[in-house]
Design a protein around this ligand. Structure first.
Ligand code: NDP
Length: 314
């Protein structure tokens, strides 16, 4: 199989198009991030994922603006996402205007609420308690539904083309979908997803409700541990493609957006090239996580936040 540059797009529930593969930018220094975004845009990517908490919006924005200037390509050909950090949940307009300033952009294509928790505003973006847990505002005082409601006006203001959520499970999505004050449905739910965490029920629920899934940590996050899996390695050898190409192709074959992160030029260029997988291969890879689901990202919130089920508090 010969991997080819992926040009697939999906249509969001707003009617806008989103490219199936986007560059992830978490955990990169300013310089790495600038070079990664610039390399990506020069090599076929039109979709970049960043977030307030990554601390790299300035580098992302500089790379985008330099690329637009040098290439003559218009802004509307790109799809840019950033995320509302949990400590800014009560002031989404202020937070997004600040993100736009850092990005040096007039609007973004998608604004996500980063986690379904609210954390207190403090001098630091992530206040922690004596046990090292991330402090959380009590649910009754402010919660993810209040946050999402407040984000709706950002679309009307033209600051973002769409809004969505991240790290939501089915019960939380149901609460958003059933709330009468919520008029703008999330366009997507960005969650951890890879062959060790295939989340089949969540995919089904989101498909039924026209909410697109975006897969984060598609290679298993730092160090790409998913690529060591024996089943994945055997299938990639059989098809003469890299394990990373297989994991990314699998996500696209399942109809999801996928956001591989890399700061290596070679990997960035490779990660947008995919192959078409048949249904049996998709299922074989899903079996890895059905038998033994494994989550790589589990931040230490100071509340019980179960990402699979609803919980008493969150
Ligand atoms: P990924 O699963 O994308 O893995 C990144 C790791 O894989 C890095 O160590 C990278 O190293 C390595 N890598 C990349 N390409 C290859 C390759 N072809 N072969 C071998 N190794 C490779 O991890 P992330 O956790 O960063 O997830 C992707 C993106 O999703 C994030 O960057 C962020 O944008 C988003 N995200 C969103 C979250 C949310 O809460 N909404 C949470 C986590 C992530 P190197 O850079 O050296 O190439």
């Amino acid at each position: 199989m010969i991997p080819e540059i992926c040009t697939k797009t999906y249509t969001l529930n707003t009617g806008a198009k989103i490219p199936a593969i986007g560059l992830g930018t978490w955990k990169s220094t300013d310089e790495e991030c600038y070079n990664a975004v610039k390399t990506a845009l020069e090599n076929g990517y039109t979709h970049i994922d960043t977030a307030r908490i990554y601390g790299n919006e300035e580098s992302v924005g500089k790379a985008i603006n330099d690329y637009l200037k040098e290439s003559g390509i218009s802004r509307d050909k790109l799809f840019i996402t950033t995320k509302l950090w949990c400590s800014e949940c009560k002031e989404p307009e202020k937070a997004l205007r600040e993100s736009l300033n850092r990005l040096n952009l007039e609007y973004i294509d998608l604004y996500l609420t980063h986690w379904p928790v609210a954390i207190p505003k403090a001098d630091v973006l992530m206040p922690i308690n004596d046990e090292g847990k991330r402090l959380v505002i009590p649910y009754d005082e402010w919660n993810y539904i209040d946050t999402y409601k407040g984000m709706q006006k950002l679309v009307e203001l033209g600051l973002t083309k769409a809004i969505g959520v991240s790290n939501y499970n089915i019960p939380k999505l149901k609460k958003i979908l059933n709330d009468k004050e919520i008029k703008i449905k999330p366009v997507c739910n960005q969650v951890e997803m890879h062959p060790s965490l295939p989340q089949i029920e969540l995919i089904e629920f989101c498909k039924e409700n026209n909410i697109l899934i975006q897969c984060y940590s598609p290679l298993g996050s730092t160090g790409a541990p998913i690529l060591e899996n024996e089943i994945l390695q055997n299938i990639s050898k059989k098809n003469n493609i890299s394990p990373a190409c297989l994991a990314i192709s699998w996500a696209v074959a399942r109809g999801t957006v996928v956001l591989p992160k890399s700061v290596s030029s070679k990997r960035i260029i490779d990660n947008i090239k995919i192959v078409q997988l048949d249904e049996n291969t998709v299922k074989e890879l899903e079996s890895i996580g059905i038998e033994n689901p494994q989550r790589v990202g589990n931040p230490p919130w100071d509340v019980k936040i179960n990402l699979f089920e609803d919980s008493e508090v969150y």
